[in-house]
Design a protein around this ligand. Structure first.
Ligand SMILES: O=C(O)CCC(=O)C(=O)O
Ligand SMILES: [Fe+2]
Length: 409
């Protein structure tokens, strides 16, 4: 089951779909980490993630009924899984292939070339901003463990005032630097910028559909610019200048990985490609190469569901800001990546798995706090007093843990 055919995969996933698991999701990442690989993989997965066609939110001529059907499917997927496949998004499959291919070409370059766009700490003499640029193997940490991945992070360009960093002239504040684009492959930057424009359109459509899915009520035209109005446009309004992040990742096979350590090198067979975490923002549109078995999603009974790629579809998951806005009615779901390299197209070649998640996030200054309707319907106290997305993001970047479970809000 190496390369998916879209039609086959869709029909298989639909026919295999079974009802949700009921028991409570683990919220303690340390338990998960201590168990390493030992948690069961959900019985070879009887249940696939739901598949949702977003085209009715991209087509201005779609019927109300079509949009309602999509919204209901989104609500069910977010209540039960926090994850789903997204089709009908309009980004050509050839474009998706090109994005993966360019990433693979970059990661195949010598380390000296990759380090030309190395990420450096804010305030340092290199002019880094602690966020943008290339991160080598083992630099990313989840739950105290090094992840076996290398990556480049790109963010929405900083449009606020650019301040001098704490290190004096020539230094930068966190997040305020320019994106560091690789010189090679030469076409990467233009292709990626065009892709970012496309996925931003998809992200906008998706969050509009999510507002409808929560039955928040039609927007009053008088509130069009009011970020605090709690109608069905609330997510769209608070994401209209999305402070997006795009991460280009290469996961070498764990079986062959050697992690650089202060005292030389060591190999850790219990290492994760990416440790269990929830995403900290709004919605993630994940594009990944066809390697099966690598991405795993934690179901409510604690077992892990492999979320294998479907060619031409995104894997979408909701992040902590949506969980906060919905007062926990929609949960951001734990997921992890284990690319052992012992199967699949790329694994069989002993190669890395490449993925390019696009994190469609709220505006930097968007105030994110539980919606009144969700507080009432969830039947629980408000889970958070509210903070801007920018404040939340900065705690993530300052903590130097790219990923973390949401216990810190
Ligand atoms: O590479 C993947 O499949 C998932 C990556 C991920 O979860 C993340 O970057 O947040
Ligand atoms: Fe993630």
């Amino acid at each position: 089951m190496a390369v998916y055919d879209m039609d086959d995969a869709l029909s298989t996933a639909r026919s295999q779909h079974v009802s949700k698991a009921q028991s409570k999701q683990s919220s303690n990442p340390t338990t998960e980490i201590s168990e390493r690989y030992n948690r069961p993989i959900a019985a070879a997965q009887e249940s696939g993630l739901p598949i949702i066609d977003i085209s009715s939110y991209l087509d201005p001529n779609s019927s109300l009924e079509a949009r309602q059907t999509t919204a209901q499917a989104i609500n069910a997927a977010c209540v039960n899984y926090g994850f789903f496949y997204l089709t009908g998004h309009g980004v050509p499959t050839a474009k998706l292939d090109e994005i993966i291919d360019l990433a693979r070409q970059f990661f195949a370059l010598p380390i000296e070339e990759k380090n030309k766009i190395k990420r450096y700490d804010a305030g340092g003499p290199e002019g880094g901003d602690s966020a943008r640029g290339y991160q080598g193997l083992g630099e990313n940490v989840t739950g105290g463990l090094q992840d076996m991945q290398e990556a480049i992070d790109f963010y929405r360009p900083w449009s606020g005032v650019v301040e001098q960093g704490d290190g004096g002239p020539g230094t930068r504040k966190t997040l305020q630097g320019p994106n560091l684009w690789p010189e090679k492959p030469v076409s990467l930057r233009a292709e990626y910028e065009a892709y970012i424009a496309q996925v931003t359109t998809v992200g906008r459509a998706l969050v509009r559909a999510m507002g409808v899915a929560l039955s928040l009520g039609a927007a009053d035209p008088d509130n069009a610019a009011d970020g605090s109005a709690e109608d069905e446009d609330v997510f769209a309004r608070n994401c209209d200048e999305s402070f997006w992040v795009m991460r280009m990742i290469n996961y070498p096979p764990l079986s062959a990985s050697v992690v650089p350590a202060a005292n030389g090198t060591h190999q850790d067979p219990g290492q994760f490609s990416c440790g269990a975490h929830t995403d900290y923002g709004c919605v993630t549109l994940l594009l990944a190469d066809p390697t099966p078995g690598a991405l795993q999603v934690q179901l409510k009974d604690g077992t892990w569901l492999p979320a294998d790629p479907i060619r031409g579809a995104f894997v979408v998951n909701i992040g902590d800001m949506i969980e906060r806005w919905t007062n926990g009615m929609w949960k951001s779901t734990m997921h992890r990546v284990i690319h052992r390299g012992d199967g699949g197209v790329n694994g069989a070649q002993g190669g890395g798995r490449v993925s390019v998640p696009f994190f469609f996030e709220p505006n930097f200054d968007a105030l994110v706090r539980p919606l009144g309707k969700c507080v009432r319907e969830s039947g629980r106290e408000s889970v958070h007093g509210g903070s801007t997305y920018g404040e939340h993001l900065l705690t993530k970047v300052f903590s130097n843990f790219y990923y973390s479970k949401r216990t810190d809000w």
